[in-house]
Design a binder for this molecule. Sequence first.
Ligand code: SF4
Length: 418
Amino acid sequence: MEEVLAKRNEIREANRTGVYPACEGCYFLEERNWPDQQSHLIRVMDIAMASACQLRCKYCYTVLLPEIASNSTYDLYQICREFIDNGWLSPNANIVWTGGEPTLFKRFDDVLSMLMFGNIRHRLFTNAFRFSDSVALGMQTGRLQLICSPDAGTPETYAAVKGRNCFEQIKEVCAQYARVRGDFRLKYVCISENANRKDADGFLDMIRQLHINHIFLDVDHGIPTIGQSIIDTLGYILAKARQSGVNVDFYDGVKGYPELRLPERIEFRADECKRKDPLEGGCCLVVTPKTGLEGLTPLRMVSISLDQDAIRLCSSGSDPGILLPEFPLPAGYRAMITADITVGQQDLMEVFYIPEDDTDYRQQNSVSVLLEPGRNHVLMTAFPLYGCLKGRVRLDPGIHAGEYLLHHLEVSTEKNTT
Ligand code: SF4
């Protein structure tokens, strides 16, 4: 224990004056006035024994990196006993159980009941392969929050993502936990295999049937970028779950993609879902600081530059505008524009297009939306109502001279049913 304390102090000191090398880039790192004196050594304990699980999830580190899965033979019960007997474990501790599957730990029931004292709170991640009475008891006492991540809404996808064909069994065990009436939450780790409507709807059905009132959305932390279908699916689940009164949180891993502004993009997509059912056609153009200025043409007295989280449009004259890059719009489809834009005053944003039977931009071939000062998330009505587009679409972010910050613009298409 002296060794642990010495290391902890070393890390703490390094982070006070700079960054401890292993902490560099960690999104949990935050500057705060941390108290120096702690009455107990352990206030947060993460119990993770990666050596045993009935499933083989595609994104799980125990599957991807079997060499780091622990084969420890130490006695968890004895270690926890020592923590308690020496007064190291705070009676207000938060204990997180991950795995592998925690209920497979040796003497799991004994360890859990030993750790049910004082005001200790548990968060336990289970695969719900089998029901545990001691977990249910912990839930009933209000000390244990249980989380299960089915990651699918159909048996086929469940088998593809989780490596075992047992969707119905998992649903049954989840139903048993739901009947306990404790704090039971579900999670959806969205990867390419389950990034679709059918699974999202199946998952939403499960939430409804089990009366779950809190879910987490997550992504595979191991992949470098998150595709549009994942954002679409998470946005869809977010919108539908919130519409039914379910609380939705992003799991910490989602926040690990700051360069993609992932929570905002998912929220943005959810916002769109609330107003229409947009995911049938698909996204055909995205303009963000990440995609850069390529294909954008400033008009009149506008200059364009890149900021960290926005494309900056500066206009020295009234009626600023830019031409967007050309995008495909097949016959029989129409386009929707969603934009995330900051403006300095109340303004009118307009989008002009040229239908195939015309030659220039005209007021009758435009859609507009009123912007409030500050940041706006807006959805522009579908266009054109009939026929195909000719040339490029023109975006007038406002009618005043000044500065406009375009954080995100997306054009999606949908079948024209009018
Ligand atoms: S259930 Fe959990 S521990 Fe088991 S393979 Fe899946 S993610 Fe890994």
